[in-house]
Ligand binder design. Structure first.
Ligand code: FES
Length: 201
């Protein structure tokens, strides 16, 4: 966040950073961030309370985004505030997770069939798979070179374009709008909801 703020300041781009901590003494880099002037707000919880997340999300300029970093509870609170203001399919909050610990598994609609057809268009493979089969593992077993890292749907490295078909998105990378667009999927966690899924792989 600090690097992003400093970059935006150098580029003379508009931003505001709200930096919260339990006490002022516990907040690192205050001196450095002070150089950014009134574009940074410091909120020490013991004397000033917590950030008003709904106000932050409501006061966004047109096209503005909220990037949030912190404990899982904070990320979820910012998302909830954004959904309260901008609706359930809000597309304004961006964050990065480093673990899925503490999160409920994301499981939605799944294909009500024993198997489906998976077409990997670029490598020329057509497979019949069970809906719960892991597409990333199947692709790697075929010798297809797919970037991957977390295998939990949080890093985005296995993102794969969907050429045809629909999926139950179980990742935490794509926004709800991106998921609804069905243009790409994280093949380490997401599952088909159609009888034929064609990927650009
Ligand atoms: S490997 Fe990280 S999202 Fe799939």
């Amino acid at each position: 966040m600090m690097a992003m703020a400093e970059h935006l300041a150098r580029e003379d781009k508009p931003f505001h950073l709200t930096y919260g901590g339990r006490t002022r003494a516990s907040m690192a880099f205050c001196q450095r961030l002070d150089r950014l002037g009134d574009r940074v707000s410091f909120l020490a919880e013991d004397t000033q309370g917590r950030a008003d997340l709904e106000t932050i999300v409501r006061d966004l300029p047109d096209g503005g985004l909220v990037y949030v970093c912190g404990p899982l509870g904070l990320l979820q609170a910012v998302q909830a505030a954004a959904e309260a203001i901008h609706g359930a399919d809000q597309d304004v909050v961006r964050f990065e997770l480093f673990t899925t610990k503490g999160l409920e598994p994301r499981v939605g609609a799944s294909l009500d069939a024993d198997d489906y057809e998976l077409v990997l268009a670029r490598s020329g493979h057509t497979l019949r798979l069970a809906p719960e089969d892991n597409i990333l593992e199947k692709a790697l077993a075929l010798g297809i070179d797919v970037e991957n890292d977390c295998r939990e749907g949080i890093c985005g490295s296995c993102v794969t374009p969907i050429l045809e078909g629909t999926v139950d998105h179980r990742d935490l990378v794509l926004t709800k709008k991106e998921q609804a667009a069905m243009a790409e999927m994280m093949i380490c966690v997401s599952r088909p909801t159609c009888a034929r899924l064609e990927l650009d792989l």
